[in-house]
Design a protein around this ligand. Structure first.
Ligand SMILES: [Zn+2]
Length: 305
């Protein structure tokens, strides 16, 4: 997700601090009907693991996705994850997104690899490429998979520079390469793009970030329903829509509890507001744990046994 989009503004008023939670006694089919007085969370239960599927890390060259910069370096980025309770995460470099020419996306992916190495076990690296430079992109995906061990491609944001359409032939080649190499594809989409990708690439494992899109109110239910109908697809909680109370519950009820992933879109959005909505939700403790980390761990395990 990029900065400079007015559509993000409504996110500013996220949920509050993490407090109550309901017990595991609410069966999944009752999700959405709610419990009037959720009991307080067991204070002895310990912190839940939180594995963020959607992180954009700042680049050493200065690229940073943040409306007003407060976490400028990778160290500050990590410190804020610590503060908000995010244990682990999938990172991609803003250097790849900012100016997606081969020299830049290759450099950005290498920087990600260095961070993965430096913070052993904490981060999973993601490869970002641009299909307009298809030869370099396919080669880079192979390098990332075979030499750097990355199993994640994206978040691909086709509106960044240079922009492209997902309907181009080169994007098909990119998806084929991801399938061939055994990589998860993470693609930022508006609803029409999502529909196209879902129909076109049933063989790919695809994570769609954001419950809603630019036309959130018109499309949010349709986006969730589309992911629900396709078992190869996942939805992450980041960005617009998760903060509308009930939408997380609707997503879990519709998609199922195994294909909704916690994602924050930090460094643009605050990880803690998303965590708060999940913790406060009318989901079971087991469902919350699956969304916050279990589902992503299971997905990665399929690609990186
Ligand atoms: Zn994003």
């Amino acid at each position: 997700m990029g900065h400079g989009h007015g559509r993000r503004k409504f996110l500013a008023g996220g949920a509050g601090a993490i407090t109550g939670a309901i017990t595991a006694s609410v069966a999944s089919h009752e999700v959405g009907q709610g419990a009037p007085t959720p009991p307080a969370k067991d204070k002895n239960a310990g912190p839940r693991h939180v594995f963020d599927a959607h992180l954009h890390c700042p680049a050493e060259s200065g690229e940073l996705w943040q409306w007003y910069p407060v976490t400028k370096t990778f160290e500050e980025f990590v410190a804020y994850l610590d503060r908000t309770g995010v244990d682990r995460g999938i990172i991609n470099s803003q250097r790849c997104q900012h100016n997606g020419v081969p020299a830049e996306f290759v450099a950005g992916n290498r920087e990600v690899a260095r961070y993965v190495e430096r913070y052993k076990g904490r981060f999973v690296g993601a490869c970002v490429i641009n299909p307009l430079f298809i030869d370099e992109a396919l080669r880079e995906m192979e390098e990332c998979r075979k030499k750097l061990g990355f199993v994640w491609v994206g978040e691909l944001c086709n509106y960044m520079r240079p922009s492209y359409k997902y309907t181009i032939k080169e994007f098909e080649l990119l998806v084929e390469q991801a399938v061939k190499l055994g990589m998860v594809l993470d693609v930022h989409t508006e609803l029409d793009e999502m529909d196209y990708i879902i129909e076109k690439f049933p063989q790919a494992t695809i994570v769609f970030p954001h419950f809603g899109d630019d036309r959130e109110y018109a499309n949010i239910f349709r986006r969730i329903d589309a992911v629900a109908r396709h078992k190869n697809c996942y939805l992450d909680t980041s960005g617009y829509g998760h903060d509308r109370v009930g939408m997380l519950e609707y997503a879990v009820k519709t998609i199922g509890e195994d294909r909704v992933l916690y994602g924050s879109d930090f460094s643009i959005n605050d990880p803690s507001t998303v965590i708060a909505r999940i913790e406060h939700s009318f989901l079971t403790e087991g469902q919350k744990s699956r969304i916050l980390s279990g589902n992503l761990l299971a997905l990665l395990k399929r690609f990186q046994p």
